[in-house]
Design a protein around this ligand. Structure first.
Ligand SMILES: [Zn+2]
Ligand SMILES: [Zn+2]
Length: 272
């Protein structure tokens, strides 16, 4: 994880988050134009009506969307959460426990779906609220061990591609169990396709994968180009299959910005 926020540490919202990355300094959903993430705030003093926000037993989080009066609509911040996968944005959740106090970083999340629920608005009138089902990205990240012990599905590339593009579309089914299953399936569909597309050759340096796994598959890693962290689903046109060297370089190299731009352009041509 390459965002400069540590899990469960407290930050000053304006100085530590917005001064550095931009985005609206008020409200529950902050959508900076030039950072690869969306900042979500829950709890007191976030000008956020989500006193119904709740962590489920499985770690997923029910987050009430934006809009203080009347029915909520799928616009601005709400739309940004729904479409964050296609837009290559991470979701970063912060919790404020005291009005005006610091915000605590609760981690990276993936939107697994949403539902419409009747809730009171800020005047106590019943209205239709959008409730997002957010799944913690922790545990979804593409670990080397997953790649090394899996065999790819035995399907033609066109079919894997179709599945990956379909999976990247937002889903509106939203029970916690379904949301988690959605996110896992999306993540795997994108990874299966990207590895098949690479066909054992690194999409960065064009070298053959450095070794075969115990399952006899060429070893490459899935890299999410737009995001600061890997893991969770992403659009197939912004995920590259890289050898371990290129992958480290894409995250830590002095030339990482240029390298990521080249990768994006190459994949754009392939996926056109
Ligand atoms: Zn490489
Ligand atoms: Zn990566």
């Amino acid at each position: 994880m390459l965002w400069p926020f540590e899990l469960h540490r407290s930050y000053h919202r304006r100085n530590d988050i917005h001064a550095r990355f931009g985005g609206q300094q008020q409200g529950g959903i902050s959508t900076p134009a030039n950072a690869p993430g969306i900042f979500i705030f829950t709890g007191h003093g976030a000008d956020h009506v989500g006193y119904q926000d709740v962590f489920e037993a499985d770690g997923s989080f029910r987050y009430t969307g934006q809009g203080q009066l009347g029915d909520m609509r799928m616009i601005s911040g709400n739309r940004a959460i729904r479409d964050h996968v296609q837009n290559g944005k991470d979701l970063l959740l912060f919790q404020q426990t005291k009005r005006g106090g610091p915000v605590r970083f609760e981690g990276l999340y993936v939107c697994g779906g949403w539902e419409i629920e009747q809730q009171p608005d800020m005047h106590g009138q019943p209205r239709q609220a959008i409730v997002f089902m957010l799944v913690p990205q922790n545990g979804l990240s593409i670990e080397a061990v997953d790649l090394a012990t899996e065999t790819p599905p035995d399907l033609p590339l066109v079919e894997l591609r179709e599945r990956a593009f379909q999976a990247a579309l937002a889903s509106d089914e939203a029970s916690p169990r379904v949301a988690l299953a959605n996110v896992r399936a999306r993540s795997k569909a994108v990874r299966d396709y990207v590895l098949a597309r690479a066909a054992g050759v690194c999409e960065g340096c064009r070298s053959t994968a450095p070794f075969l796994t115990t399952m006899g598959q060429p070893y490459l890693e899935a890299h999410h180009i737009h995001k600061l962290s890997d893991g969770g689903p992403d659009h197939p046109a912004s995920v590259a299959a890289l050898c371990p060297n290129c992958h480290r370089q894409a995250h830590f190299g002095a030339d990482q910005v240029a390298l990521n731009e080249v990768l994006l352009e190459q994949i754009r041509i392939i996926e056109k």
